[in-house]
Write a protein that binds this ligand. Sequence first.
Ligand code: AMP
Length: 299
Amino acid sequence: MQAERERMPGTVGLVPTMGFLHEGHLSLVRRALADCDHVVVSIFVNPTQFGPNEDLERYPRDLNRDLKLLDSALGTRHSALAFVPTIDEMYPPGFADWVEVKGPLTERLEGAHRPGHFRGVTTVVARLFRIVRPHRAYFGQKDAQQLRVLRRMVKEQRLPVDIIPMPIVCEPDGLAMSSRNMYLTPDQRVVALRLSQSLRLAVELVEEQGVTDSSAIISAMRKHLSDSAHPEVSKGASPLEIDYVSVADERTLEELETIDRPALILLAARIGATRLIDNAIVVPKDMPFSADLRSLMEE
Ligand code: AMP
């Protein structure tokens, strides 16, 4: 990779992924191709961002499929490549080069439910940055907290990389695309739709009905998420368990009691053994959207 990098004049864009690519990943790749002279897509299931009881072993992997998808997204561009390092290359024996963002940003939400997760993410991304030396790196708003943690890392470490945020890409029925969706049985997939439905409900409450009380929004969402009257539950599909529903300041992710500024509504839930996350940006009624926020919203 480092030898290839020497042969890349002009701007370089990096799209870090864990593979099992879908349209969400490909939207990042296309944007990078449009923006940069060269594009590197990394595919690496990063063991250090998984907890001991998480799905590292069964995380879906299919490199041939990924490379075919990338081939069609990359078209005839010779200026793009896939970087598929081994675990030993990323973590050589004696590895001690951990990179960590400390403080509330990494302690709440995903940080609270997945101890050590963000330390794994920042470590692997910092290492990818050192190897690939990109000018820009593309990340999805799907992992909203990760995006903000990585921005903070770049700022704290003064890394010469622009972090480019990209909107969430969803399935036609609203389910946010995720490599983990392949774990879901058809019944569980119906239950999973409640995540995006409850977020739509929250957006409507804030932006159309003018609700600003976060606790009212959270209880409406929790009610929709756990509604046992849903027909698919009575059919015996596994129920949904909520990890968190949170209304937070869009930039700092501090909990907001009243939505008096752009906010991020984040949720995580488990359906059987599958853990899913999703989020939506809301702006109080009559407050204009900034161009920055627009670029994060679904297309
Ligand atoms: P992952 O392979 O899950 O680690 O994701 C790699 C990158 O793709 C991350 O920046 C994710 O935020 C982004 N990504 C994953 N799913 C989506 C999606 N549905 N829409 C937009 N970006 C996504």
